[in-house]
Design a protein around this ligand. Structure first.
Ligand code: BTN
Length: 255
């Protein structure tokens, strides 16, 4: 039974209580999840916190983690080759975007490499960390931050939140429980990792758009043409050449 008190205590998630860690405040759920993963915690262990003092974003940025948002890291253990682990990230983004579409009727889209946008603004970011030993994955930790009843837009004008989009508060635990169930279910289906790139493309807002990419000290501008089998973005540059982008920041430009 879901009550309208929005706490993330383990007993709110009865099917996962023994693999669920809640903290009122942490530096980053990524750090705690990494320690738990090293100590041998089971697959699908969840670490969540009401707020983070050192929330981490991609490419060494800070992730604003005020009260009201949902911040969690999921420890996954998979036998897939490390080079395919990006497909797990794509699956997480697709599952969450579909949940936002289905539960809230929102036009949620995935943005390369791993954001979720609503009406062109960022509502969710994902970060993954993995450890590989003898060419096999020991763990893949996926950290997800969703702006729910918080509002980071004064510091991040390109961000939005569920409360802003819907004009009402939303239960964080409802989203977390729904996401964990859907995602676990998808990962149990072996076909998921085969079909996920096409599924991601069907939900994406990047392909077909003019974009600017910043990768370290290099910049590229062009049209996003595709995402290939390695998860890289394929850009068509102004001179018609194609450029494969393996990582970086992607800025959608006005069409
Ligand atoms: C990004 O878009 O830059 C990725 C943001 C990832 C944020 C989440 S919040 C939970 C987990 N803990 C962190 O410190 N970061 C991730």
């Amino acid at each position: 039974m879901i009550t309208n008190v929005d706490t993330l205590f383990p007993w709110e998630f009865p099917n996962r209580q023994d693999r669920f860690h809640f903290f009122p405040e942490v530096d980053s759920t990524m750090e705690i999840a990494r320690e738990l993963a090293h100590d041998g915690c089971p697959a699908f262990t969840v670490v969540t916190a009401d707020r983070q003092t050192k929330g981490r974003g991609r490419l060494r940025r800070t992730w604003l983690s005020d009260l009201g948002g949902l911040y969690f890291t999921l420890v996954l253990r998979s036998k897939i080759p490390p080079a395919l682990s990006f497909r797990i990230n794509f699956a997480a983004a697709v599952v969450l975007a579909r949940l936002l579409q289905r539960e809230f009727n929102l036009p949620a889209k995935v943005k390369w490499p791993n954001d979720i946008l609503v009406n062109g603004k960022k509502i969710c970011g994902m970060l993954s960390e993995m450890e590989v030993e003898a060419e096999a994955l020991v763990f893949v930790n996926i950290g997800i931050g969703i702006n729910i009843n918080n509002d980071p837009s004064s510091q991040e004008p390109q961000a939005t939140s569920l409360q802003k989009e819907l004009g009402r508060k939303v239960l964080r635990k409802q989203i977390l429980a729904g996401f964990l169930d859907d995602f676990e279910n998808r990962l149990e289906q072996p076909a998921t990792l085969v079909t996920i790139i096409d599924e991601w493309k069907a939900e994406n807002a990047t392909i077909g758009r003019p974009v600017r990419i910043v990768t370290g000290d290099r910049q590229f501008a062009g049209t996003a043409m595709d995402v290939d089998e390695t998860g890289a973005l394929i850009l068509e540059l102004a001179d018609g050449r194609r450029q494969q982008i393996l990582y970086g920041d992607c800025f959608h430009q006005a069409t």
